[in-house]
Ligand binder design. Structure first.
Ligand code: NAI
Length: 331
């Protein structure tokens, strides 16, 4: 039998945490033959609620779940973890400025970076979900210099899946037949959902989405804004954030990273830019990636038309500004 993998979920008493921990314990993230030990962190005001989640995990009698650590101590939470899913953060409350939210979150990510660096297992893979996800991940990277930058990522897989879902609905095809959309840039409303390389499996072979959806007005307009603003639409409908789909996207992200992407398929991940596609190096930016042997690689050589170029640059500019704001909050 395999040794258990230790998976940290921060903010585990929150909305996403509640949807995510049972998925991990059922093998959705790491596979049906991989035992896990869950480490759940939250803050003292949420300790009782966190303990309630632990009670439910016991009651669910998940065969793969070999242990649960539920704690408000960041060192205990981080010790020995192989995978860290960082969902904990400070939500934007009414009347708060962007800078106030940024200040709260970057200071959380700065201190959790140090705890992970000192106490996580060697080669721990980190996924940041909490917003501002790209910039929180960047701060985590900068304040955990001994964690290799290839091990730090942020979640844009939810946006990627949303784009697949929109194409699937539009063409009335199974979502599993649609692939190779791309989310470029920030997990924010400036993200660019790009279908220029996306395809659909048909009885006559793989066809470009651009050929099947002949309505360019929709593809260049409503499709993009629907994906960009889907989070807000869910909050409006549910009065709560998109926890189920975020949790599912987080599992997809880690599963593909660890177990590999299928041949001929790429996914979107927020990763440290090396300057590919003329995206400024030193930002955490969402790119198309393939994964094998536990490593991601940015897909190279895709053509970028003028429409796309502007959108790639716009979201990069926003990330550059966020980075500056984050640093001004820390100083
Ligand atoms: P939530 O407010 O229900 O849960 C957040 C949890 O984090 C709370 O239990 C809170 O006590 C905890 N927390 C706060 N500070 C902490 C700290 N220093 N250490 C550990 N835990 C801490 O929020 P929800 O809906 O679960 O969302 C979590 C985050 O994920 C938010 O920032 C949200 O904006 C973001 N999000 C990101 C998505 C993405 O695709 N990247 C999609 C949806 C949400």
């Amino acid at each position: 039998a395999k040794d258990p993998v230790r998976v940290l979920v921060t903010g585990a008493a929150g909305q996403i945490g509640y949807a995510l921990v049972p998925m991990i314990a059922r093998g959705v993230m790491l596979g049906p033959d991989q035992p896990v030990i869950l480490h759940m962190l939250d803050i003292p005001p949420a300790a009782e609620s966190l303990n309630g989640v632990k009670m439910e995990l016991v009651d669910a009698a998940f065969p793969l779940l070999k242990g649960v650590v539920a704690t408000t101590d960041v060192v205990e939470a981080c010790t020995g973890v192989n995978i860290a899913v960082m969902v904990g953060g400070f939500p934007r409350k009414e009347g708060m400025e962007r800078k106030d939210v940024m200040t709260k979150n970057v200071s959380i990510y700065k201190s959790q970076a140090s705890a992970l660096e000192k106490h996580a297992a060697a080669n721990c893979k980190v996924l940041v979900v909490a917003n501002p996800a790209n910039t929180n991940a960047l701060i985590l990277k900068e304040f955990a210099p001994s964690i290799p930058e290839r091990n730090i990522s942020c979640l844009t897989r939810l946006d990627h899946n949303r784009a697949l879902g929109q194409i699937s609905e539009r063409l009335s095809v199974p979502v599993s037949d649609v692939k190779n959309v791309i989310i470029w840039g920030n997990h924010s409303s400036t993200q660019y959902p790009d279908v220029n390389h996306a395809t659909v499996k048909t009885p006559a072979g793989e066809k470009p989405v651009r050929e099947l959806v002949s309505d360019d007005t929709w593809l260049n307009g409503e499709f993009i804004t629907t994906v960009q603003q889907r989070g807000a639409a869910i909050i409006k409908a549910r009065k709560l954030s998109s926890a189920l789909s975020a949790a599912s996207g987080a599992c997809d992200h880690i599963r593909d990273w660890v177990l590999g992407t299928p041949e001929g398929t790429w996914v979107s991940m927020g990763v440290y830019s090396d300057g590919s596609y003329n995206v400024p190096a030193g930002l955490i930016y969402s790119f198309p990636v393939t994964c094998a042997n536990g490593e991601w690689k940015i897909v190279q050589g895709l053509s970028i038309d003028e429409f796309s170029r502007k959108k790639l640059d716009l979201t990069a500019e926003e990330l550059t500004e966020e980075k500056a704001l984050a640093y001004s909050c820390l100083s």
